[in-house]
Design a binder for this molecule. Structure first.
Ligand SMILES: [Zn+2]
Length: 178
């Protein structure tokens, strides 16, 4: 079974419900909006963009925050880590900034910056350029995620759980291609 989020135009659309469907905790984190924001930041600094990349939430090795498979259409975030942050940190702003850093890193991979260290440095450079050195996301991006958020060590993946597709990403990008 896959999760498909209702369209914004759909009367039943409810951001809180959407977040709950991702992580079970009900925290309202708008992944779709964050991803759009990230694409804008990257485009501003690098003059590069890529359509057709969607977001999914999966359950896998808790040492990995997210991944993008070379040639793949989805950035897959580790739902277990997001859940651990929501349950133990319960700070929406911090979690949103965590998502910004993780998604930008993977998005840069998808743009061809496949080297790990280069992607980390570039994430920091872009965030610093756009948001400034004092922004929480910029600060997070200069450090190891597990050092900033020790709550991540408590992540317990639900291995074998189905991948959840955050479908609105893919839909929006599909319209760019068309
Ligand atoms: Zn990476």
């Amino acid at each position: 079974m896959k999760f498909f989020y209702s369209d914004e135009k759909n009367e039943r659309f409810n951001p809180a419900m959407r977040a709950r469907q991702i992580t079970d905790t009900g925290m309202d984190v708008d992944y779709d909006a964050i991803f759009s924001q990230i694409k804008g930041y990257v485009k501003t600094v690098l003059k590069k963009e890529r359509a057709g990349i969607g977001l999914a939430i999966g359950e896998f090795d808790p040492k990995v925050a997210a991944f993008w498979q070379v040639g793949g259409n989805y950035i897959v975030m580790n739902g277990a880590l997001i859940r651990a942050l929501e349950q133990r940190l319960n700070d929406r702003e911090a979690i949103q900034n965590y998502v910004i850093v993780v998604l930008m890193h993977e998005y840069l991979h998808s743009l061809g910056y496949t080297d790990e260290i280069a992607a980390r440095r570039l994430t920091h450079t872009i965030l610093e350029a756009v948001l400034g050195g004092e922004h929480m996301a910029t600060k997070i991006s200069s450090r190891d995620l597990w050092e900033v958020f020790p709550q991540l060590y408590y992540a317990q993946p639900r291995y074998g759980a189905p991948l959840k597709i955050v479908d609105r990403f893919a839909t929006r990008d599909a319209s760019y291609i068309a």
